[in-house]
Design a protein around this ligand. Structure first.
Ligand code: GTP
Length: 331
């Protein structure tokens, strides 16, 4: 079975990290999130994945130079300009010559969904497309999906006000498509799958969905990216990882709470990390405290950093306190 994975977004909410590394190439539990996603698709029988690339395609090609992740063949479809989600799916599927049922996945989702269950549900109902849904506590910031007792999608409610819908299920970013979905997507312009394509399929009665309560998170915001990493330390997921990757340098008397340190990162003596991730190339100086932050650049000795994102070019001086910051600041 084949799949298209969307990885061409700019990842603006994770700037300045994404000025250097595309969001799906950032690690979760010491591995690029795209590698874990491709592996999950492989468990469902996917053996051929087309990456829908746009912004910054090179890091993917460098990371997977032989065009494989395990036994899965990778293809690269690079858009000449950003085509938005549906436009990217059509472009990538045309590039790969997809003409039968296929899987689509957002490249920045971390979940334990068994994709085979989604495919089985799709085949059972004879849907034109089937969505994975996940419950959220507060649906007011999301596009909520209403389904009937048979799993047929009845409507989408964008950012519902209290009482507007009884559903708390949101689009979780993994789909199964019949090839006929492709003809619904116009070429050569930006097309959003949620705003334009899915509502048209709902009108024809062909969109179905299944909700699961598997672990699920979008990694698009710094706090969510940190939570997705911490979940691999806490036992929230069946899979676990070590806090310190082989190839990281962490002083013996540094302390780590719910924090991860990647290969190529350095944490100096008496530094303290709380709910943070230090990425490849990141440096945390002697006696520094880093809380709820992501560090790809340098944090000086004795410095305190809270709720911050320090990009590869970020350099926080010794002995200062920085909070709620993106460094370097965005122009
Ligand atoms: P933000 O800029 O922070 O909103 O992040 P993003 O660019 O990743 O956007 P969003 O999270 O809404 O995108 C959902 C998924 O679609 C991600 O996996 C993106 O990589 C992907 N995506 C978004 N727009 C495009 C596009 O124009 N082309 C391609 N190929 N992928 C896209």
């Amino acid at each position: 079975m084949r799949a298209v994975v969307l990885v061409g977004g700019r990842g603006t909410r994770l700037r300045p990290l994404t000025d250097h590394v595309p969001k799906p190439m950032l690690p979760i539990g010491h591995r690029p999130m795209i590698a874990a996603l491709v592996e999950r698709l492989a468990h469902a029988g996917v053996d051929d994945v087309t990456l829908a690339l746009g912004f910054r395609p090179e890091p993917f090609m460098v990371a997977f130079p032989d065009g494989r992740v395990g036994d899965v063949t990778l293809r690269y479809a690079v858009e000449p300009e950003p085509l938005d989600t549906a436009g990217a799916i059509r472009f990538a599927a045309d590039h790969a010559g997809i003409d039968t049922t296929f899987v689509v996945a957002n490249g920045d989702i971390v979940t334990d969904l068994a994709v085979a269950d989604l495919v089985a549900a799709h085949r059972r109902t004879g849907a034109e497309a089937t969505l994975h849904l996940t419950p959220v506590d507060d649906p007011s910031a999301f596009g909520v999906v209403e389904v009937d007792a048979d799993g047929r999608v009845e409507r989408f409610v964008e950012k519902p006000t209290p009482g507007e819908t009884s559903s708390n299920l949101i689009n979780a970013g993994t789909y199964v498509f019949e090839a006929s979905m492709l003809a619904r997507i116009p070429t050569g312009r930006r097309v959003s799958v949620e705003r334009e394509t899915f509502p048209a399929v709902v009108a024809d009665g062909g969109l179905f969905a299944i909700a699961t309560d598997d672990y699920w998170t979008d990694t698009g915001r710094p706090d969510l990216y940190l939570a997705a990493n911490a979940a691999l330390l806490t036992g929230e997921r069946p899979e676990r990882c070590r806090a310190v990757a082989p190839g990281a340098s962490v002083a013996e008397d540094a302390t780590l709470e719910r924090s991860l340190v990647e290969a190529g990162a350095t944490v100096a003596a008496r530094a303290r990390l709380v709910g943070s991730v230090v990425l490849d190339g990141g440096f945390v100086g002697e006696g520094a405290t880093v809380e709820r932050s992501i560090v790809m650049g340098r944090v000086g000795a004795g410095t305190t950093v809270r709720d911050a994102v320090i990009g590869a070019d970020g350099d926080v001086a010794d002995g200062v306190t920085v909070a709620d910051a993106r460094i370097p600041e965005q122009g």
